[in-house]
Design a protein around this ligand. Sequence first.
Ligand SMILES: Cc1cc2nc3c(=O)[nH]c(=O)nc-3n(C[C@H](O)[C@H](O)[C@H](O)COP(=O)(O)OP(=O)(O)OC[C@H]3O[C@@H](n4cnc5c(N)ncnc54)[C@H](O)[C@@H]3O)c2cc1C
Length: 310
Amino acid sequence: MAAVTATAPAPPFRLFAVTVRRIVDLSPSFRRFTLVGDELQHFADNGFDQRIKLILPLEGAGITPLPANDDWYAAWRELPDHQRNPIRTYTVRQTRAVDREIDVDVVVHPVSGPASRWAEDAVIGSELVIVGPNAQHDGPHGGVDFLPPAHTDMILLAGDETALPAIASILERLPLTARGTALLEVPREDDAVCVPSHPGFDVRVFGRNGRPSGELLLDAVRETAPQLLRGAPATESTELTDVDVDSELLWEVPSDEHGGPAREATALYSWLAGEAGAIKAIRRHLVSELGIDRKTVAFMGYWRLGRSEN
Ligand SMILES: Cc1cc2nc3c(=O)[nH]c(=O)nc-3n(C[C@H](O)[C@H](O)[C@H](O)COP(=O)(O)OP(=O)(O)OC[C@H]3O[C@@H](n4cnc5c(N)ncnc54)[C@H](O)[C@@H]3O)c2cc1C
């Protein structure tokens, strides 16, 4: 009888070793990094808000090698501080499997963290590692939180600059028949060049110009959401347990038990991401004040003012 060799199933996420191929300043606040690597032929192109992790080099130590299998995270945690590379979360802006390339748009923000420092210092040929969706995995990968019901009349997309790459990618992937509004608060008006249009969407971009983060976005949602809801039955005003955004993650993405949309149909589906304090205030407005069903809204704190992502 022939021997049967069992191969381990491919994991949904895997490590991809890449280098920087191109760096383009798209606008005053956005720098696009085109990352290239042979392994990217196996990078799954799921679009929408697909998130990835960047494992960033340490000054003087580069990238500490990690096992290519599922054990990489446990191995990373065991590393001594001086060898444990910082990890930060980003969005895939574009994928070109044929060229073995992906684009990541990084906000160049003045407060220095490992990722913003890397975005300042990286040059063509700089090395890093991506933790991303594995095309060889048989099944859903996870990491996509834009999960609208099959039938929705209107979509509300709202976010700050960290959510701009995701909102741009969602607008590009949605069918032309989709309808909705996209609200974006960005550091400067001229960052609007990074947002694509969609024939069914009213896309509005607000330049913060030094005002407190999230203020303009909350005002814009307050003005827009009741108009989008017009005629749609709101549920009873819902009691909310507030999340302490300084100690907990603000992340509520309604889905079914298979990771699909939570509802089959809804009048309005909302997707909101950005600074956790601002998203918390918007969440309170939509759910507690407007009585919108929580199962039709995805809320994600992408970063927290004054705290680093760890
Ligand atoms: C799912 C997901 C997708 C994301 N996609 C993107 C993306 O495509 N592009 C992108 O640029 N960001 C994206 N982010 C946000 C990014 O992960 C954070 O901004 C991250 O904190 C940056 O890491 P850092 O090392 O620069 O700063 P950290 O070490 O995390 O923080 C250091 C300091 O910088 C501050 N800070 C962090 N981010 C900002 C900011 N944007 N503006 C001003 N101050 C800031 C912190 O409050 C802290 O005080 C995403 C986050 C998530 C969760």
